[in-house]
Design a protein around this ligand. Structure first.
Ligand code: NAG
Ligand code: NAG
Ligand code: NAG
Length: 336
């Protein structure tokens, strides 16, 4: 009996190693191009290991996941990922963890972790979470504190804080480096851009609509960031512009520079040029955009050739409807 017990671990090890050799190793990075000359090699599948005799408890400890992250951004979402880059003790252990903070209405935009299954634990708040399988079936669920939701490796998923308070998720991955692909970025924010024609055909959109999506500034997480990923993408949250009381349009006063406000966020410089060119040659068109996202703020400036052209444009267009919105047109006070 004793000898059986003694042999068992070896039998298991032999079995395990023969099973393991039946698989390719799971990749720990996006790619690892094979080369023949090892002198110029920089990658191993994972990281080099510290000499175990000098490892300390601190190598296996990380702190700070109790600290809420700043969610005052366009999507109302922020996350810290402790992967092998920020927590070296995870190397070869096939595990990592993240904290995700959500403002009310905050969204973790549809994304993929190519190398890890994700286990979500709701610590605080009410969430709508879901993933989409390879048959395009959506598995969506409302989650409350204490609920756990699993997202199979590599599938598109998202989370939305549908509660009235801040929300916190703790998520763990069965990879030391699960990776992050934010779909909007990997389609419309690539470098260099994907041919707009290909995307227009694929999404059944107008080529100009594709170009607009591609022109938006996007946050792309740095590789190997120590803070992990802080996702940011365009959101519908924008402050509407409202006219001041007793506003004066400046008709009859000198000036050929116009301030135009209240137009649709989809309006382009080209659209403004077309609309205002009826009153004179249009120059110096400038739509004011959000510095971070590149989204239009719905107002801007342009110049016409003569003061009378500007007066004519104000008379014709001020407080008129354009694409379902009332626009305001007045002489620019900033002297542009
Ligand atoms: C690398 O080695 C393989 C096998 O010997 C050979 O077929 C291949 O041409 C080599 N590649 C380069 C870039 O030298
Ligand atoms: C995420 O939170 C960190 C820490 O609060 C902050 O420094 C960072 O700017 C935040 N990122 C975004 C996109 O809000
Ligand atoms: C794929 O989805 C369709 C409905 O969209 C469903 O009828 C079908 O059974 C699904 N197939 C599998 C294999 O789940």
């Amino acid at each position: 009996m004793k000898s059986v017990n003694f042999l068992l671990p070896f039998v298991l090890m032999a079995l395990a190693s023969s099973l393991a050799s039946a698989y390719d190793p799971s990749p720990l990075q996006d790619y690892c191009v094979a080369i023949n000359d090892t002198k110029t090699a920089i990658f191993v599948n994972g990281r080099f290991c510290k000499d175990p005799s000098v490892a300390t408890a601190d190598d296996f400890t990380s702190s700070g996941l109790n600290i809420p992250l700043d969610t005052n951004n366009l999507v109302g979402f922020n996350a810290t990922l402790l992967n092998v880059d920020s927590f070296p003790g995870l190397n070869t252990l096939g595990i990592s963890i993240a904290r995700a903070d959500f403002a009310p209405g905050g969204v973790s935009a549809p994304h993929i972790h190519p190398r890890g299954t994700e286990l979500v634990l709701v610590q605080k708040g009410t969430f709508y979470a879901g993933f989409v399988d390879s048959n395009n079936t959506l598995f969506g669920k409302i989650l409350y504190p204490g609920d756990v939701f699993v997202i199979p490796r590599g599938l598109n998923h998202f989370q939305v804080n549908i509660g009235k308070t801040d929300g916190v998720l703790y998520v763990s991955f069965n990879s030391q480096n699960p990776g992050l692909i934010t779909l909007a970025n990997s389609i419309f924010g690539t470098n260099p851009p994907i041919d707009p024609y290909a995307l227009a055909r694929a999404f059944q959109l107008d080529v100009n609509a594709v170009k607009q999506l591609q022109a938006k500034k996007r946050y792309s997480p740095r590789r190997r960031s120590h803070i992990g990923y802080h996702s940011r993408s365009p959101s519908p949250k924008r402050s509407p512009w409202s006219p001041p009381p007793n506003r004066r349009t400046g008709v009859g006063k000198p000036g050929k520079n116009l301030f135009v406000a209240g137009f649709s966020f989809l309006t382009t410089e080209r659209d403004l040029e077309r609309k205002f060119s009826r009153y004179g040659r249009v120059r110096d068109i400038h739509i004011v955009r959000d510095k971070r996202s590149g989204d239009s703020r719905g107002f801007g400036f342009l110049s016409l050739q003569k003061d009378e052209d500007a007066d004519a444009a104000i008379r014709a267009l001020d407080e008129t409807e354009w694409n379902g919105r009332v626009i305001l047109v007045e002489k620019s006070k900033s002297g542009r």
